[in-house]
Unconditional design. Structure first.
Length: 318
């Protein structure tokens, strides 16, 4: 209510503005969080499993909410129902009709163990047609592409081979282009004066406290210790690429002004960059304890093998 009259216009309904701003603050970047957990060697710990599970559920929920916000923003109240019904119908159609065909293709590739040009073309045609259909329905083309990717089993030969073929192009070419495109759209000079920076600081504080508080309190109520709960809250504040995708869609749809876009980009960068240093402080004495626990488990397993073999264990002398 404080930001709306200052950084929005009457062309954007207040309800739609609230939905989008809430969504932009609730996003977590699943790939960035997974990489941080790997770097800290936490992916197999209880903390890592909880955090990655929360991020996965949050990521799917964010995609669904973004589709809802886009459909509401692009439609009147009457056509919003039409968009919602068509969206649900299309998702069911993809799952019930397209998925069996793609699974047949997946099984064929698993047997042949060879990714042909025809197969790549088939997947890309399906992806583009799905993206085009969701754009016609009234939700973003991004969701059509995401849906096709979601119905291909991630551990299949087709998924692994496609990732291997496309990863270099995406990482080396498309991803830097997207970041450069976002950077060129971010006009930091629009955030000027004490009032604008106060709004930027308030948005940052609301984003951090809302995400950290909600995640940490939920983790504590679920039985985690305070330190692990705080770590979950910090990890869920990682926004990264997913946040930039959401913000670019909002700017394209004119749901947010260029000034607010710049403020939210600053928020996304600060919260993402702060995750690793803050997590390192929280887990400063965790690594030695976990390594010691893992060593104890290894020694016990080693001893058990010797006992079963009828020999004395060098670890225990018995």
């Amino acid at each position: 209510m404080w930001v709306y009259p200052r950084l929005s216009s009457s062309d954007v309904p207040f309800g739609t503005f609230c939905l989008f701003l809430g969504l932009s603050m609730s996003v977590t970047a699943f790939p960035v969080l997974a990489r941080i957990l790997t770097d800290f060697q936490l992916q197999k710990t209880q903390l890592g499993v909880v955090a990655i599970s929360c991020a996965a559920v949050g990521d799917v929920t964010a995609w669904c909410l973004l589709a809802l916000v886009v459909s509401v923003a692009q439609s009147t109240l009457g056509s919003a129902w039409r968009t919602a019904v068509l969206s649900v119908g299309y998702v069911l159609g993809v799952v019930l009709l397209l998925r069996p065909l793609l699974l047949r293709l997946v099984r064929t590739q698993d047997v042949r163990h060879h990714l042909s040009t025809r197969t790549i073309a088939t997947v890309f045609v399906a992806l583009l047609l799905s993206a085009f259909t969701t754009e016609l329905i009234g939700i973003h083309a991004l969701f059509g592409a995401f849906l096709v990717g979601a119905i291909i089993p991630h551990d299949s030969f087709l998924a692994r081979a496609l990732k291997l073929r496309l990863e270099d192009v995406v990482v080396v070419l498309l991803l830097p282009m997207f970041f450069a495109f976002t950077g060129m759209r971010t006009e930091i000079g629009l955030v000027r004066g004490l009032g604008d920076w106060a709004i930027c600081g308030a948005l940052l504080a609301a984003a951090v406290v809302g995400k950290f508080g909600g995640s940490a309190v939920a983790a504590r109520l679920s039985g985690l210790g305070w330190r692990d709960s705080a770590s979950v809250g910090v990890l869920m504040n990682t926004r990264g690429l997913m946040e930039l995708i959401v913000l670019n869609i909002g700017l394209d749809l004119k749901l947010i002004s260029p000034t607010l876009f710049a403020m939210l980009v600053i928020m996304a960068i600060v919260t993402t960059l702060a995750t690793a240093p803050v997590l390192q402080v929280l887990l400063v004495d965790r690594a030695p304890r976990e390594r010691s626990a893992e060593a104890d488990i290894e020694r016990l397993a080693h001893s058990a093998r010797y006992v079963r073999g009828g020999r004395s264990s060098p670890a225990t002398g018995r």
